[in-house]
Write a protein that binds this ligand. Structure first.
Ligand SMILES: Nc1nc2c(ncn2[C@@H]2O[C@H](COP(=O)(O)OP(=O)(O)O)[C@@H](O)[C@H]2O)c(=O)[nH]1
Ligand SMILES: [Mg+2]
Length: 345
């Protein structure tokens, strides 16, 4: 193994979630990289606004912060995919190992922190795709300090998976028979918050990904084709592919149609009765299903609340776990509370 310090580059912000992308460079090559590609001489401990250049080409006009000791620099780029890609390629050609985005930041890129928990908080920041996720994560060191000053309810904290889900978007499949309104519902759930990024503010806008923001919980939403018997080979293939997606989903939303009695049901789903703006053709008042109209939007706020409830999302300042290490310590603390000291709050 080679112990020489490494030049590492990584995008700290999740792709497609913000108008700014932060590229962090660490290692002995930082100063030389900035000298070669940034229009201003880097000054340690200062923020500088200048141009990032690849030869004659100006990639962007970022703000650059250089650490006091020169060990790392953060380049705040405009968040469009083209700019981020060009900056990463430039770093790679400059001898930096570019780490994949959306991984926890490696220790080497974080540097010393006040406590192990604080380090884990910083490491997980690139995974936080919504304001709620960021807020919840940043609240954790204080929440844990408070919890440990009193008597922490370890079993309740261990059961609470909400911060894990805030950092690892669950997959949600919308299922149902053909024509019940699955795609209309999917569009409504995407609609308000489909992420937008800009190469320059107010200019190019890209629609990114299949990610939806449901009341602060980022989710991967999968719209599936209506499940039915058919001889059409293309439809058969599409249905087969969607069954895999349904099986791998963390939640399914079953859409029933108020104007047609269902032929089949999807067990263990969150059920909605759609098209309740039209006269009902069957009796569904006894079902545990939320009446909605994907067309008018009626009932969708309640649906969003039920989705986030399923993943236990609650007040940001409750103490939670978000790494396997913390979860394992909590499991041991059920029988031996002194294990909590290992959290390193
Ligand atoms: N009146 C009414 N029509 C709806 C509603 N939701 C969907 N539709 C209509 O039902 C038809 C089928 O919708 P679509 O979303 O394509 O169904 P899918 O096959 O399940 O994806 C379209 O004409 C929609 O406009 C609703 O809540 N109310
Ligand atoms: Mg559809």
């Amino acid at each position: 193994m080679n112990d020489a310090p490494d030049n590492v580059a990584m995008v700290l912000t999740p792709p497609g979630a913000a108008a700014i992308a932060v590229l962090r460079l660490c290692g002995p090559g930082v100063a030389a990289f900035l000298q070669a590609h940034f229009s201003k001489p880097p000054r340690a401990g200062f923020c500088m606004h200048g141009q990032l250049r690849d030869g004659e080409t100006i990639i962007d006009d970022p703000v650059v912060v250089l650490a006091e000791d020169g060990a790392w620099a953060e380049i705040s780029l405009h968040g469009g995919p083209w700019i981020v890609r060009c900056a990463c390629q430039l770093a790679q050609r400059g001898g930096f190992r570019v780490l994949p985005a959306c991984l926890p930041t490696p220790d080497a890129a974080i540097g010393p922190t006040e406590s192990p928990l604080q380090g884990e908080m910083l490491a997980a920041l690139p995974l936080a795709k919504t304001q709620l996720a960021i807020k919840t994560l940043l609240a954790q060191p204080a929440a844990w300090q408070k919890a440990l000053a009193g008597r922490a309810d370890v079993a309740a904290i261990l059961r609470d998976e909400s911060l894990w889900w805030l950092l690892h978007p669950p997959q949600i499949a919308i299922v149902g028979e053909p024509n019940v309104g699955k795609s209309t519902l999917a569009n409504q759930l995407f609609g308000r918050q489909r992420s937008i990024t800009a190469d320059l503010p107010g200019t190019t806008r890209d629609w990114v990904g299949e990610m939806a923001n449901i009341d602060g919980l980022a989710v991967t939403l999968v719209d599936t084709p209506g499940q039915r018997q058919t001889d059409d080979p293309i439809e058969v293939a599409a249905i087969a592919a969607s069954q895999g997606k349904i099986a791998s989903s963390h939640l399914t939303i079953e859409v029933l149609d108020a104007t047609h009695p269902p032929q089949r049901r999807w067990p263990d789903s969150l059920s909605v009765i759609n098209k309740t703006d039209l006269p009902a053709a069957w009796e569904f008042s006894q079902l545990d299903a939320l009446p909605i109209s994907a067309l008018t939007g009626a009932g969708l706020d309640q649906l969003r609340s039920r989705i986030v409830q399923r993943f236990g999302i609650g007040h940001p300042s409750r103490p939670r776990w978000w790494t396997p290490r913390q979860k394992e310590i909590l499991a041991r603390a059920l029988s031996d509370p002194s294990a909590l000291r290992e959290l390193g709050v």
